[in-house]
Design a protein around this ligand. Sequence first.
Ligand SMILES: C[S@@+](CC[C@H](N)C(=O)[O-])C[C@H]1O[C@@H](n2cnc3c(N)ncnc32)[C@H](O)[C@@H]1O
Length: 323
Amino acid sequence: MEEGYKESWKNWLKPIYDEYKTYLDKLADRIIFLGRIKDNLTVVDAGTGLGLIGFRVFKKFKNLNVIAIDKDKECLNYCREIIEKNNIRENYKLIDAAIDEKIPLEDCSADRILERAVTMYCVNKQNVLNEYYRILKKDSQISLFDVIFCDKTFRIYDYLNPKTTKNFEFYKAVEDKVRNEFYDPLTNFDEKTLKNDLKSAGFKNICIFKIKNYEFWRCSEKLEDTNLFYYGLPHVFSLNEKFLKYMTDEQFKIYYNEVEKQLKNKKIKYYGFRLFITALKTPSFISIIKLFFTRLRFWFSYVLVKRLRNSIVCLFQSGYDNF
Ligand SMILES: C[S@@+](CC[C@H](N)C(=O)[O-])C[C@H]1O[C@@H](n2cnc3c(N)ncnc32)[C@H](O)[C@@H]1O
C-alpha cells in the first residue's frame, strides 16, 4: 500500500524513540520478559525498526544470537551504524526481508521470536504467523506486542452533537466503514481474529493479555494541530484519505469544518487496547508450566497494576468531556 505518509519508517520512528525512550525501553523489557529469554538462544526481532528490542536483548544476555529483520532499508542502515559504532563483530545479523512474505530463514531455526508493533502493520496476519511458526524450533515461543484499533475505542461522531450536525447519520456510517477496512492492516483484526490465525498456524498454549490504555487530549483551536485526520504512518492510509473514498472533497471540507467547530478546545478521554501475545510451538509439559508462571508474574506485576491504575486515572479524570 503506497498511500498515507510517504516517509520511511526510520524517519517516523526516530523522533518517537527520542521522546518516549523510557516508556519504549520498559515495553521492550516486558516483551523480553514474556519471551523467557536466556543465554545462548537464537532470537529473532521481527520488524526491528531502529533495533529497540534487538539491541536491548543482545545487551542483557550472554552469547545470544540475534537476527533482526526489517523491510525498511533506512532502518537497517541505522542498525548497521549502531553495530559498527559498538564494534559488534558477531552474533548480530540484519536481514532485509518482509515478514509477511517468505522469511529467509530455515525451518525450525529460531528459539524465540520477539516483536513490537509489526504484525499490526501487515495486511495478511495469517502469512506472518505461519512464517513465525515455520522458523521456530519445536518447544519454542513467540512474544509479540500489538495495538488494536478496530474495536469501538474512538469515533469522531461520538464527539459530535447528532441533533445539530447536518448529515450526522451519513458521517457516522462513513466512519464506521473506514474504521473496519479489510485492506487496512491497522483495522482488519482484533484479538479474536489473531487468536484464530495463531491456532491455524499451529500454535498451542496461546495467551493474549488485552490491556485498556486511556489517553487524554485537548483539541486545540485548529483541528490540524491535533493530528486527528492527518496523522501519518508510513504506507498506511490516514483518516482523511479513507474518508475521501466515500465523500467528495466538498463534503469532506464541510465535515472537517463541523468537527473543528464542535471539538475546539474540548478535552477528550479515549481508550485503546494493547495486546501482549505469547504462544508455543509443539510445547513440552515443562515449557507450558514455565510459561504459566512467567505469565502469572507478568499478570501480577503489570496487568493487575495497570488495571488498578486505569480505574484511579478514570476517577480523577472524570472532568474530561466523555460523550
Ligand atoms: C512501529 S515500527 C516498530 C519497530 C520496532 N519493532 C520497535 O519496537 O521499535 C514497525 C516496523 O515494522 C517494519 N515492518 C512493517 N511491515 C513489515 C513487514 N511486512 N516485514 C518486515 N518489516 C516490516 C517497519 O519497517 C518498521 O520498522
